[in-house]
Design a protein around this ligand. Structure first.
Ligand code: DHB
Length: 391
């Protein structure tokens, strides 16, 4: 049953949606609600995206197509109920024309019905479960899909004689996507998954699972953990002596995350992963991006989440240019479909059919460069669509 508050919320959203067509055009300011986990276990995602959004606006100005852009940042601390409430308040009370951010899958999903009811674009700058874009026709994703990464590392492992692997993932939707798509690609390449474990998202303790891995003696351990969780995994991997066990560590790029990679120590050297972004990506565009990011944020290195935020702002700016400053949600989403441009990670496109991102996925190996650890690219699969959509 609907509570009175919920009914009020739905009516207010409907009013906001009805008014948006005419009002948006007349207003001088287009407000964007940026909902991020600025505190809690995923705070690194919030910090990275917030910094990248600020950098984009510093470089490109706060006016586009005659409209002043105003970003309102809200902290959901990674709690889905809070994300939903903030999305509703931002749309109804603050009049935002776009909601953006969404650091984890449950947060992106919680906002989806709000985006649909209010006809407000939801730009997913972080969360990576395949199904997210199918939950609302107003969702556009500028981050990645976990299956894009897991499939590419699975293919690499199949082709490179890994033979037997153990799979260890965080127990929520993107982890299950990682487990499925790694296994699918790896077994098609002749590999065998000899053990699977799922570790809780809240307060993860990897130790008992790592003991199972040691006992199973695979040639490789495949890992997916969300951004920011790699540090605790690395500590426990070393404490359990797995770095000396001869078991090769392979992963999606979420584990050797640029934000925390240097904290891993030498145990990370040689780790092979697949990801659309490395701070060491050798393009001119990326060199300029990393330099500008670090100038503005001296103690940070941009990671794969940051480019989701940076490119998400570009998508909003380009859409507003195409609509001539009209912030009507349906028109903005139409304008975003098919956008194609060079990101710091390489060429990307918003798939007009799915509103999901098409991008290169790179193979990388952790190496020490001038005393610091980096993911050094050694191969690429070009223009990967989300494999989760094709089934
Ligand atoms: C998700 C979150 C992450 O931090 C990540 O690295 C990958 C996926 C998610 O919740 O979708």
């Amino acid at each position: 049953m609907f509570t009175r508050r919920a009914i009020f919320g739905i009516c207010a959203l409907a009013l906001a949606a009805g008014a948006s067509g005419t009002q948006a055009f007349a207003e001088d300011t287009v407000k964007i609600g940026l909902i991020l986990p600025m505190t809690g276990p995923s705070a690194s995602t919030g910090r990275q995206i917030d910094a990248a959004v600020k950098l984009y606006m510093a470089q490109n100005g706060a006016t586009v197509a005659g409209k002043k852009i105003e970003v309102i940042v809200k902290d959901d601390a990674g709690v889905a109920d809070t994300t939903k409430r903030l999305a509703q308040e931002l749309i109804v009370n603050d009049g935002v024309k776009v909601i953006a951010g969404f650091g984890l899958t449950p947060l992106a999903l919680a906002a989806a019905p709000i985006a649909t009811q209010a006809k407000v674009p939801e730009i997913v700058m972080a969360a990576g479960t395949s199904i997210i874009t199918e939950r609302s026709p107003f969702i556009v994703r500028t981050s990645f899909t976990v299956p894009q990464k897991a499939m590419v590392i699975g293919q690499w492992a199949g082709k490179n004689g890994i033979g037997k692997a153990f799979s260890l993932v965080t127990d929520y939707a993107p982890g299950l996507d990682a487990e499925k798509w790694f296994k699918d690609a790896f077994t098609k390449g002749g590999g065998q998954v000899i053990g699977e474990a799922r570790v809780p998202l809240a307060n993860p303790d990897f130790s008992p699972f790592l003991q199972r891995v040691a006992d199973a003696k695979p040639n490789a351990l495949f890992v997916f953990v969300p951004s920011g969780f790699g540090a605790i995994f690395a500590k426990q991997f070393v404490e359990r002596g797995l770095d000396k066990s001869g078991i090769k560590l392979i992963a999606t790029g979420d584990l050797p995350d640029d934000d925390i990679l240097n904290g891993f120590g030498d145990a990370a050297v040689g780790l092979i992963s697949a990801d659309p972004y490395s701070a060491a990506h050798p393009s001119e565009k990326n060199k300029a991006y990393v330099a500008a990011f670090q100038k503005a944020n001296p103690n940070m290195r941009p990671n794969f989440m940051s480019v989701g935020g940076y490119d998400g702002m570009h998508v909003i700016y380009e859409a507003l240019k195409k609509t001539g400053g009209d912030a009507d949600g349906t028109k903005l989403v139409e304008a975003m479909k098919g956008l194609s441009f060079e990101s710091p990670r390489g060429p990307i496109t918003i798939d007009p059919a799915t509103r999901d991102i098409i991008q290169n996925v790179y193979l990388r190996k952790v190496e020490k460069v001038n005393g610091a650890l980096y993911n050094i690219e050694f191969g690429a699969i070009d223009q990967v669509k989300d494999p989760g959509k094709s089934q």
